[in-house]
Design a protein around this ligand. Structure first.
Ligand SMILES: *Cc1c(COP(=O)(O)O)cnc(C)c1O
Length: 360
């Protein structure tokens, strides 16, 4: 039986059907319906009361966020993220300026940001990689001193808490992805998490065609999401705490089974971190070793993912300045199968194949 790197969670069908029944009764399918409102309210209370706007995906959330903050010119960003982080910047006609990552957390290296600031810089867009936080306090300090806006791509950060508050509450705003492959999902979906009221209204307009009823305020796109997607979110949200516990247990097994091998793992630097166990990445000593193990696992029908590869400063359609740490890490990092429905025996088996391949 094939083991994939992730497996979308499906709630008991009866739970979803109960929500469908309500949708059928109301005949209200989309456009800020009651389930969307309920999901936004529940998400908001899990994020210390910040406003949460449910969007059609995590990519449109990034694009709308960039536009709503009025970013132009250059945006300082990380080369170690999913491609959507960079393409959202390009799509909004801004230039991504890549700043290399830290070798412990794989997040943007805050100590290198200031050297990249120019008169054209308007913002910073950084990713909490695998759910490990960026150095949010250092970034906030730099942004304040240089008058820059801060967006966090929190696609991996759902459920993470730092210094006692939701990690999605830092920066001017955070975006999130609720894609089927993510820890918490709504099939397709995403969110913008924002505290400032005026900014929240601007975001709402941008993602809702720029008008309310017959009153037209601004340019807009269609970035909203439907009752069907909200229903999936409402089914999954109460289970996220259990997902995290189950993943924590599986991560502990991987760690124990792999501990003798010459592998590295990302190291969180914040003591107050409450982590979400979103992914299980391992860093090999060389790309050759990675490819060898990846192939050995694939031969047993076990799929892994080079996530993230390539380093985004090396995209074929937009090349940025060299980022040696990111380029090196992206060549050597592999995400192992990791989802709460994975069985401990499967984790042991995957680990044993890796051990055999690396000690042969
Ligand atoms: C998944 C992901 C996105 C894109 O989210 P979609 O909902 O798939 O559009 C953006 N950034 C990161 C870091 C991601 O992992």
């Amino acid at each position: 039986m094939t083991i994939n790197v992730t497996k979308a969670y499906l709630p008991p069908l009866a739970d979803y059907e109960a929500y469908l029944k309500g949708i059928w009764e109301r005949g209200w399918l989309t456009n800020n319906g009651p389930l969307v409102q309920q999901l936004e309210a529940e998400l908001s209370s899990s994020m210390d009361g910040a406003q949460v706007q449910f969007t059609s995906n995590g990519t449109i959330a990034l694009q709308v966020a960039i536009k709503a903050l009025g970013l132009t010119g250059e945006i300082i960003t990380t080369p170690f993220s999913y491609v959507a982080t960079t393409t959202a910047i390009l799509w909004e006609n801004c230039t991504p300026i890549f700043v290399d990552i830290e070798d412990r957390t794989f997040c943007i290296d805050a100590a290198k940001i200031e050297a990249a600031i120019t008169p054209q810089t308007t913002g910073i867009l950084a990713t909490h990689v695998y759910g490990y936080p960026c150095d949010v306090l250092a970034i906030e300090d730099i942004a304040q001193r240089h008058g820059l806006k801060v967006i966090y791509d929190g696609a991996h950060a759902f459920g993470v808490r730092l210094h006692g508050r939701s990690l999605l509450n830092y920066g001017d705003l955070s975006t999130c992805s609720f894609h089927a492959t993510k820890l918490f999902h709504t099939v397709e979906g995403g969110a913008i998490v924002v505290k400032n009221e005026a900014l929240a209204r601007q975001i709402w307009l941008y993602k809702s065609f720029g008008h309310i009823g017959d009153e037209y305020f601004t340019l807009g796109v269609n970035g909203k999401n439907s009752e069907f997607h909200a229903a999936m979110g409402l089914c999954n949200l109460p289970r996220v705490a259990d997902f995290i516990k189950q993943r924590q247990a599986l991560a502990a097994i991987y760690r124990a089974e792999l501990q003798q091998l010459p592998l590295q793992f990302p190291v969180p630097t914040e003591e107050s971190l409450e982590y979400n166990y979103a992914y299980f990445p391992i860093l090999f000593a060389s790309e050759a070793k990675l490819l060898q193990v990846k192939e050995a696992l694939a031969a047993q029908d076990i799929n892994t993912r080079r996530y993230f590869f390539p380093s985004l400063n090396q995209l074929p359609y937009h090349t940025g300045a060299s980022c040696p740490v990111s380029e090196d890490v992206s060549r050597r990092v592999l995400c192992l199968p990791f989802y709460q429905q994975l069985e401990s025996e499967q984790v042991v088996r995957i680990s044993q194949i890796i051990c055999q391949e690396m000690t042969a």
